[in-house]
Design a protein around this ligand. Structure first.
Ligand code: GAL
Length: 331
């Protein structure tokens, strides 16, 4: 009897080994299991939370009886050293593909080199590494196994400016011929922040509107910081402030609270713009407590990223860039 139990145990163990052994896209027991490593710059970010949840959900929908995706997703905690370790670990673990939301785009080259040397396809998302000309990044265009999936941040900035231009007074509430504004900047190392800051204002000045910047401050995409910055700006400049541009909706939510605290009314004596179109902000646009936002399509972007990863797993060639459009959101 003991011998029989031992034999059964050995058999069970052997079978389970076979079942778990779906390494690196091998087809043991007819099931291919791909190992996918995903590093997100920081979990504590409204927009990237929606994005990362959709990556997991969408991978699930692509699974079949014979193809599985074993996803290891990690929080890089906005720490570049931590993220570098995580990528080293992904390489040691033999990931079949890596999806990477960089903490710092200035570290893109180092990480691309590591992953390319390990022969692992790499899908960069959300934080676009910029080359000298801003048009294309050598690490992306010269490596067939590397691509970037994102939205052109210039477009989101331009859309913010165009939303203001479409207002009857073009943002000039007091009619003095100059639009006085506050700019709440995301992470200044991040091209999304740089481009939104630049192109929102460029849309106005290109249309011949005179502008004056009263305050520009870094809020690192964070709601509480957005609140602090706009609270301080309103305390200092009061009624002079006509438009508050926030590089994202998270900070705009903080700004909205400050605007309310100072007894100002969006749409009447001040305008407020964000980017992302978080559900909460779409509601505010409808209610008139936010002037407008720009849809940062996390569904389109996460699906494009996963589709690129799956294409790479199948050995298909990747494009250098996959672009997803922004969409203006107004009442
Ligand atoms: C932007 C987004 C921000 C923040 C940032 C992180 O595209 O608008 O809210 O999530 O990405 O890199």
């Amino acid at each position: 009897m003991k011998k029989l139990i031992a034999l059964v145990l050995v058999l069970v163990m052997a079978l389970s080994l076979v079942a778990c052994g779906g390494t690196a896209g091998t087809a043991d027991s007819g099931v291919k299991t791909y190992k996918v490593g995903v590093a997100i710059y920081q979990y504590n970010d409204n927009f990237m939370t929606l994005y990362r949840q959709e990556i997991e959900a969408y991978f699930k929908t692509l699974e079949t009886d014979t193809v599985k995706y074993n996803i290891t997703m990690v929080d890089s905690k906005n720490d570049m050293a931590e993220q570098t370790n995580q990528i080293d670990t992904f390489i040691t673990q033999g990931m079949d593909v890596i999806i990477l939301n960089l903490v710092q785009t200035s570290s893109a080259e180092v990480l691309i080199d590591k992953v390319v040397a390990a022969n692992i396809p790499l899908i960069l998302i959300n934080r676009e590494p910029l080359g000298e000309t801003d048009e294309s990044y050598p690490g992306i265009i010269n490596n067939p196994g590397v691509c970037y999936v994102g939205a052109d941040a210039r477009q989101s900035g331009t859309y913010q400016g165009e939303i203001v231009l479409a207002l009857d007074n073009k943002g000039d509430i007091n009619g003095d011929g100059v639009v006085k504004y506050v700019m709440v900047v995301g992470d200044p190392e991040n091209p999304d922040a740089q481009y939104r800051t630049e192109f929102s204002i460029k849309a106005l000045t290109d249309a011949g509107v005179k502008v004056e910047k009263l305050v520009e401050n870094v809020g690192n995409w964070d709601q509480a910081k957005g609140n602090e910055i706009v609270d301080a700006a309103l305390a200092q400049y009061g009624a002079d402030i006509e438009v508050v541009f926030c590089n994202n909706d998270g900070m705009a939510l903080g700004a909205a609270a400050a605007i309310e605290k100072h007894g100002r009314k969006v749409g009447e004596d001040i305008y407020l713009l964000g980017v992302d179109a978080l559900t909460e902000c779409q509601e505010m646009v409808k209610a008139g407590t936010m002037t407008g936002t720009v849809l940062n399509d996390h569904i389109g972007q996460s699906h494009a990223a996963v589709d690129a990863a799956v294409a790479a797993l199948k050995g298909e060639a990747l494009q250098n860039y996959y672009w997803v459009d922004y969409v203006k959101v107004t009442k």
